[in-house]
Design a protein around this ligand. Structure first.
Ligand code: HEC
Length: 195
């Protein structure tokens, strides 16, 4: 009898230990440690699935429509390639906004924004720390600096902020392996400057 009580106590103890271990494992799911290589692969998967190229890459027009220009991938807006004239802001009073044909610049009530260079070049995110990258995508701060200005539309950081730490770190690790594209993107223009 005594033996079976002891057994019962031990079994309950073991079960609760197992449960605690499970709970803490799932609570830390975002912090799972994985190798650099698998982080880069995950980053590549995420970037290719959640559309960073839409705004951040140059496009070429082919018989299949617009395709990413791999030579200038992640360069952001390139003035000499995108060649934009002065935006016709009169359509905005009818509720429209404007996009450059390659989607690397947009005009709306905030003024005009130019997609950033997020390639591994020093003019992109080459010299950024992981912390800066996470702050940019979580808090919408330019250059990921605490005192950075708020990032303008159409950068959907308020959607990407829902990615786990591991996902954001993986995206950063992948972008760091991208071909460096030297390109200084101009700062945004205020609505006044467009008048
Ligand atoms: C719908 C267009 C759009 C999409 C999609 C988009 N971005 Fe952006 N992103 C922008 C624009 C425009 C800016 C510049 C905003 C500004 O100057 O305030 C920007 C800025 C950034 C910045 C800040 C750069 C700096 O120098 O401060 C980072 C980092 C960034 N984007 C990363 C990403 C990543 C990673 C993805 C994909 C997961 C992504 N963006 C998807 C439009 C977009």
């Amino acid at each position: 009898m005594k033996k079976s009580v002891l057994f019962f106590v031990a079994a309950v103890g073991a079960l609760s230990f197992a449960l605690t271990a499970c709970t803490s494992a799932s609570a830390d799911a975002g912090d799972v440690v994985i190798t650099k290589d698998s982080m880069i692969r995950r980053g590549s998967y995420l970037v290719n699935a959640i559309g960073c190229d839409d705004c951040h890459s140059q496009k070429i027009f082919t018989e299949h429509g617009f395709e990413v220009d791999m030579e200038h991938r992640f360069s952001g807006y390139m003035g000499e390639r995108t060649k934009l004239g002065k935006p016709n802001t009169s359509v905005m009073k009818d509720g429209y906004m404007l996009f450059a044909q390659d989607l690397t610049s947009a005009v709306g009530p905030w003024g005009q924004s130019f997609a950033a260079n997020i390639s591994s070049d020093a003019t992109g995110i080459g010299n950024w720390t992981e912390e800066q990258f996470i702050r940019a995508l979580r808090e919408g701060k330019s250059k990921g600096l605490k005192e950075g200005r708020p990032l303008l539309p159409p950068m959907p950081w308020f959607v990407y902020r829902n990615l786990s730490d591991l996902d954001l770190k993986s995206i950063f690790a992948y972008l760091k392996t991208s071909k460096p594209v030297e390109n200084r993107v101009p700062g945004p223009k205020s609505p006044m400057e467009l008048k």
